[in-house]
Design a protein around this ligand. Sequence first.
Ligand code: FAD
Length: 314
Amino acid sequence: MHIREKLASKEAAGEPSISFEFFPPKTAQGVQNLYDRMDRMHGLGPSFIDITWGAGGHLSDLTCEMVGVAQSVYGLETCMHLTCTDMPLEKVDQALQAAYKAGCTNILALRGDPPRDKETWEATENGFRYAKDLVKYIREKYGNHFDIGVGGYPEGADDNPDVDLLVDHLKEKVDAGSSFVITQMFYDVDNFIEWVKKCRAKGITVPIIPGIMPIQQYASFIRRSNWTKTRVPPEWMEALEPVKNDDAAVREIGKRLIADMCRKVMASGINHLHFYTMNLAQATKLVLEELGLAPSEEAPIQRALPWRPSLALG
Ligand code: FAD
């Protein structure tokens, strides 16, 4: 089923919805462990999961394989990431065919990060330069078989800090045929809400899905925020820094900070939360429990959160 339909049916029922991102692990044992975790996290009721795309070779083959297993063996609605990095047209076709045959009907179309050994991104011969070109190609070749999502950047992107220009480019991706947007991680909710308004003012009307990165550990939280240049509100640092050597306290405070942020996002009218799980269950589960979105005996399916849209942003 297409993600946009899944989101629309949840929206119509007035229920919040969630999704989980995973990435292909490096070892065979890691892959099996992740399947087990994905299966357990299925119980949290995600509307879909998505699997990232690594540049070239083994990792991209693994993405295709994992999409097939998640979709057809575990019955999870699965979205395959697909990038243009080192991808001549024939490889794009192979990946799309693999997804098609696996019964996958959702693709997140991206330009892609540069390969590990390169500083800057370069187009591949007989490949695509921008995500919008990939979106257009998938639409032309597969019609409406695939629902196509694209990436959004509320705080600017690695190679382009110009948020307004990125919104223009986002509009081009939507006009090329994409029907939902998943954002890069962020912690500054006010900025996110303003950015959504900016997108709406530019005529981007498709669902915007906020990317939420739970806090598992202080060191990884700092490392990732620095690496992705994500703004951290000063009060978050004031709460986390004093307990940085106490993992349990970091998880507890982090859970509350992320849950508050999710409540604020939902109060703005967006009722879907997309979790960057980093292939781990606990931190995401804690946030969902804090939000009252994890299933319980009284509410076996997720519908516990009193969700009240206050602005028509979603
Ligand atoms: P684009 O939208 O094509 O933009 C790339 C650059 O080109 C930007 O600087 C943009 O401003 C510029 N640009 C776009 N259109 C034009 C135009 N018409 N004229 C001039 N310049 C233009 N990376 C991976 O490798 N694998 C993944 O699985 C992956 N998953 C991701 C998931 C999400 C939700 C997000 C937000 C990002 C993900 N990324 C992933 C990272 C992403 O590939 C990089 O951030 C990449 O640098 C940009 O990709 P994009 O699809 O946004 O590119």
